[in-house]
Design a protein around this ligand. Structure first.
Ligand SMILES: [Zn+2]
Length: 220
């Protein structure tokens, strides 16, 4: 089973990636984590990616493709894997298709975690952090016991400067501009849309039934 997971910032993608990986015993591969690992291991590709990232540039398709290709050739990916943060461009998507064909692996299945913009905005603007210990709260889903005060040290909670509606909407627009063509690419090969407005547990159950073939995929 090969899963490529898409979703806007704030949709809970990291949590779902970990949950799918655990449930189906496949590695959940995040490109961000992979870059850090390659950098740390000091491989030639890692060093190239590191220096590009440090200079503020975007890592090009060729380097990303090679890092992903090296990762999915590892023995733990033989029974499948999940990709989070890849493919990000049409070139990467076609490269992945060619690679899995060459390795004799099944066609990737795309899952889109769908959350309306207004839900993301209300979720993200509800985020708070303790100014003293850094503990994270959410006034909607994980509020402190009293007011806007940290449960652990009673310090006031603060809102991060970039957790505003304008910043979130700009981030969402950038996400849609970048990912739109890639999602359209998977639409033909069977992309499944999952309503990701529920609790993490509810979303995980929907994805599990989808991957287990218990329910009809809803096109994205
Ligand atoms: Zn605190």
């Amino acid at each position: 089973m090969i899963v490529v997971l898409f979703g806007p910032p704030g949709c809970g993608k990291g949590t779902q990636a970990a949950s799918i990986g655990h449930r189906f015993q496949i590695p959940a591969i995040s490109t961000g984590a992979m870059f850090r690992a390659e950098c740390k291991a000091g491989t030639e590709l890692g060093r190239r990616a590191c220096s590009i990232l440090k200079s503020g540039g975007l890592v090009g398709d060729e380097i990303v493709d090679q890092i992903v290709a090296a990762r999915i050739r590892q023995p733990d990916c033989a029974a499948g894997f999940l990709l989070d943060g890849y493919p990000r461009t049409l070139e990467q998507a076609t490269f992945l298709d060619g690679l899995v064909r060459k390795l004799g692996l099944p066609k990737p299945m795309a899952i889109l975690l769908d959350v309306p913009a207004e839900v993301l905005v209300s979720r993200i603007t509800a985020r708070r952090q303790c100014g003293r210990c850094g503990r994270i709260y959410n006034m909607l889903s994980q509020p402190p016991k009293v007011g806007e005060i940290c449960d652990d040290d009673e310090a006031p909670l603060i809102r991060r400067e970039d957790d505003t509606e304008e910043v979130i909407l700009a981030r969402l627009k950038a996400y849609h501009d970048a990912t739109g063509p890639v999602i359209a690419y998977y639409r033909n090969g069977g992309c499944c849309r999952v309503d990701a407005t529920g609790t993490p547990g509810e979303i995980a159950r929907q994805i599990e039934s989808l991957l287990a073939g218990d329910c009809e995929p809803v096109g994205c």
